[in-house]
Design a protein around this ligand. Structure first.
Ligand code: AMP
Ligand code: MG
Length: 355
């Protein structure tokens, strides 16, 4: 398949953007697939109400078809058609955080095909804030199913070039524009029960949610990798974001962490292996390794969130064999630090060393 890559940037006018997105919207209406930027990561969009489009999305990504898709909408009125009911707490959360990086789970209406929800009787819905995403959804008929625009198992793309790397030749169009300021996927909250349950942590933290709706819970599988319980978000059970090199998280007093990682890097180098490090700004200068990445201050997880997936892909390009990451569990913003640690732990297959 020929993939058309359409760049949108500073040289564009409101009219030229409208034209480009009209073409993209037509592709989705006719059952095709278009990758587009959002404020979290790039999405791979198809018509959410068309079973064949959902099947195409799974095929293009190589994604297991029991891993449901999030439906993206552009206005509140669109929600009523695809869910059985809108619980009061969901309405409050929508008021507070939509458009934005929050996905909510509802009981689904019959109009939503089983292919989109992976056979579940619930549906995940998000209203993105990125202006191009919102316009594309409107041009596409109002309901765009969009998982992250990467091949299954690879880190979610935060730059258009990574979408091209993964999906060129597999989908109809890629909209290449700025986006992914947040860099991690949306927070997912299940609103089908009395107490909202966080199934995937993200930019919208538990504290932010609880300030709006009172008590909230965290799905145990997010923080306890040993539990026998299956995650409520089916996608969370798959190994994600895995770089080719072996990734290990190192926790402990900062100077000991740096000393341990440097010793390991020296030993690897002697054995002909290349080491990569994901370092905090405070410790960055301490490391001697083939590739050292600056993930920003340990007091603020936003920089780390924005860069994490890019680092994992760069390590692959740099042929790094062994990767060590400092922990972000103790950042000042515990909530967002938790989201970064959740993705790091998944990428590391939960390998953590205390020094
Ligand atoms: P991605 O599209 O790559 O961000 O992944 C979507 C995530 O949402 C996966 O972890 C899915 O398992 C989860 N998800 C989508 N729909 C549902 C649903 N109805 N119930 C629970 N989790 C869902
Ligand atoms: Mg994904």
């Amino acid at each position: 398949m020929q993939t058309t890559i359409v760049a949108i940037g500073d040289g564009d006018t409101a009219e030229s953007i409208d034209e480009k997105l009209s073409v993209a919207g037509d592709i989705i209406r006719r059952g095709g697939l278009v990758a587009f930027p959002t404020e979290t990561v790039y999405g791979l969009g198809g018509d959410a109400l068309c079973p064949a489009s959902a099947r195409k999305i799974y095929a293009a990504k190589g994604r297991p078809s029991d891993n449901p898709l999030i439906i993206h909408i552009a206005e509140m009125a669109a929600l009523e058609r695809i869910v059985c009911e809108i619980p009061k707490k969901a309405a409050k959360l929508a008021e507070a955080f939509w458009p934005g990086p929050l996905t909510m789970i509802f009981k689904k209406a019959a109009i939503v095909p089983d292919q989109t929800t992976g056979g579940l009787d619930t549906v995940a819905v998000r209203m993105p804030s990125h202006p191009l995403a919102a316009l594309l959804i409107r041009k596409s008929g109002g309901y765009v199913a969009a998982p992250s625009a990467n091949l299954s198992g690879k880190p979610s793309p935060t730059l258009a070039k990574y979408v091209v790397q993964d999906l060129d030749g597999r989908i109809d169009m890629i909209l290449a524009a700025d986006g992914a300021e947040i860099g991690l996927e949306s927070t997912i909250v299940d609103l089908t029960g009395e107490i909202p349950v966080i199934l995937r942590p993200g930019y919208i933290t538990q504290k932010m949610l609880s300030e709006v709706v009172g008590e909230t819970e965290l799905d145990i599988t997010i923080y306890d990798s040993d539990t026998a319980q299956a995650p409520k978000a089916p996608g969370m059970k798959y190994r994600h974001y895995a770089p080719k090199g072996e990734l290990v998280i190192v926790e402990g007093e900062p100077h000991r962490v740096a000393r341990y990682i440097n010793e390991q890097a020296a030993a690897h180098e002697a054995a002909g292996l290349r080491t990569g490090v994901i370092a905090t700004l405070e410790q960055f200068a301490q490391y001697q390794a083939a590739s050292v990445k600056n993930a920003g201050s340990r007091c603020d997880a936003h920089e780390a969130a924005k860069k994490l997936y890019t680092f994992l892909r760069e390590f692959d390009d740099e042929k790094i064999d062994c990767i060590y990451a400092e922990s972000f569990a103790d950042t000042l913003d515990q909530g967002f630090g938790q989201a970064v640690m959740n993705r790091l732990l998944k990428a590391a297959g939960h390998k953590v060393i205390h020094v």
